[in-house]
Write a protein that binds this ligand. Sequence first.
Ligand code: SF4
Ligand code: SF4
Length: 118
Amino acid sequence: MVAIPDEELDCLTCGACCREGSDGRILIPEADLVRWRRLGRDDLAEAIVPGHFGEVAFAHRDDGACVHLGTEASVNACSIYEIRGTTCREFERGSRQCREFRRAAGVDPKTAISAKAT
Ligand code: SF4
Ligand code: SF4
């Protein structure tokens, strides 16, 4: 089975890691809250829940997905992609965890896990 190269993984058609936001897992550093308020996006700074380690995190839907997941064009696209959080930006596309999320979400179930190991 040939793995999908990292550069061909398209986050805006995937969103797998954005579906794991329950229980305050996708943390938001204070700097992001400040940045969003400066941009006039108080709504983003307020769409938060208590997160792990005493921080705040993205609010999530009943299905566990981040509240910002989904656009008119695609249910898998981040609606705030250009100004998304630091945690989102720093999550490594193509990493083992990324591949795990993709496999769990059924995005590329057969090619996912072996990609980094081959
Ligand atoms: S799971 Fe990987 S490819 Fe999918 S949105 Fe997250 S970082 Fe991008
Ligand atoms: S802000 Fe966007 S990239 Fe970050 S978890 Fe939510 S939907 Fe995903």
